[in-house]
Design a protein around this ligand. Structure first.
Ligand SMILES: [Zn+2]
Length: 351
């Protein structure tokens, strides 16, 4: 598979070698070369400042997200241990998150329901966690992820019944939202924002169990018992902590929510976040399907599915741990989401 980020890094280091080998040039020639480079740089800066034929191009704001703090949240969440639906680790996680989002000014509620345990049929208490910013707004945007972890690391070649802490698969969305909670209160938006953390995305043991229990419940409630507020659109994040982040436009997102998908990738291009690659790749079943199909909320999935078995050894294995994730990746995705909320949400368009 191609990894454009690696290719461009390789190209840069080749250029470095060429420059170093030219050290025998005379001082005068170096000065001349430096002057030409400086001239080009000044011209480029003037072009960026005063704009092209398409009009002025504003410099994007710096990324306000704190990558190391985001990574710290990922470590904190994974230290709670495995967090499958109904587990002790999940209950501890809920306590941490309710306190965290409330501390930063969100209104938090738990949407509860029971699901049958796939192995013994006993009821498992499920809780979707909803943190609302500007809860009074009736027009809202949904940012969501799942926060349960798969019970077993089924794809682990050594120990498929071992310990699975789901750093990328489950933890990354949570850590990202914990970091975003520092920034949401500062945004002045014409709509409210809900973080929805779905339970039961994969309460699946081997081939027993059902996916997307939390998002299906959420979508059914929204469709059958409509609340006063309405969601304009949504973005799902899943597996966004990979060190080598590759985020392609996902096929179901383009099918159900093309405006939302394209607007998010446009924001990333504006911010020069190259990890968002403007091509379609992968068709993924994820929590965005119930939102699109049942709740009719146009929602795209921002997912690095190259964190899968054919590309990466970590997915659904005991090696899905924080050491294989990156705070920088979380911060880049958060940067795009924050700027998208501030500037690029396709409000008023119907899909
Ligand atoms: Zn998974």
């Amino acid at each position: 598979m191609s990894r454009p980020a690696e290719i461009s890094r390789a190209a840069q280091s080749t250029a470095g070698v060429t420059a170093a080998s030219a050290s025998g040039l005379s001082k005068l020639r170096w000065l001349l070369a430096a002057a030409v480079v400086a001239g080009v740089a000044i011209a480029a800066a003037a072009f960026l400042t005063f704009g092209s034929a398409e009009g002025p191009r504003e410099r994007p704001p710096a990324n306000p997200l704190d990558a190391s703090r985001a990574f710290g949240y990922l470590v904190e969440i994974c230290r709670l241990g495995p967090r499958p639906s109904g587990s002790e680790g999940m209950e501890k996680q809920q306590e941490v998150l309710v306190a965290h989002f409330e501390k930063h000014g969100a209104q938090v509620r738990l949407q509860e329901f029971d699901a049958a345990h796939p192995l013994n049929g006993q009821p498992v208490r499920m809780r979707n966690l909803i943190a609302s910013w500007h809860p009074e707004a009736e027009r809202r945007v949904l940012l969501c992820c799942h926060y349960d972890t798969r019970p077993w690391p089924d794809l682990d070649p050594v120990n498929p019944r071992g310990t699975f802490v789901g750093a990328n698969d489950g933890g990354s969305g949570v850590a990202l939202f914990m970091e975003l909670a520092h920034h949401l209160p500062k945004l002045k938006l014409p709509f409210g924002v809900d973080f929805v953390l779905f339970d039961g995305e994969e309460l699946v043991y081997g081939d027993r169990g059902e996916y997307f229990l939390g998002s299906k419940h959420f979508a059914n409630e929204y469709a059958l018992d409509p609340p006063k507020h309405r969601y304009v659109c949504g973005v799902l994040v899943d597996m966004v902590g990979d060190k080598q982040l590759n985020l392609y436009k996902e096929a179901n997102s383009l099918k159900y929510a093309p405006d939302v998908t394209n607007s998010v990738w446009r924001t990333a291009r504006r911010l020069d976040v190259d990890e968002f690659i403007g091509r379609r790749r992968h068709e993924i079943q994820d929590d965005h399907l119930p939102l699109n199909q049942i709740a009719r909320i146009p929602t795209c999935d921002v997912i690095d599915f190259d964190y899968g078995p054919q590309y990466s050894p970590h997915w659904h294995t005991t090696r899905d741990v924080p050491e294989n994730c990156s705070g920088e990746s979380l911060a880049k995705v958060g940067y795009v989401l924050l700027e998208w909320l501030a500037e690029d949400v396709p409000v008023g368009k119907s899909e």
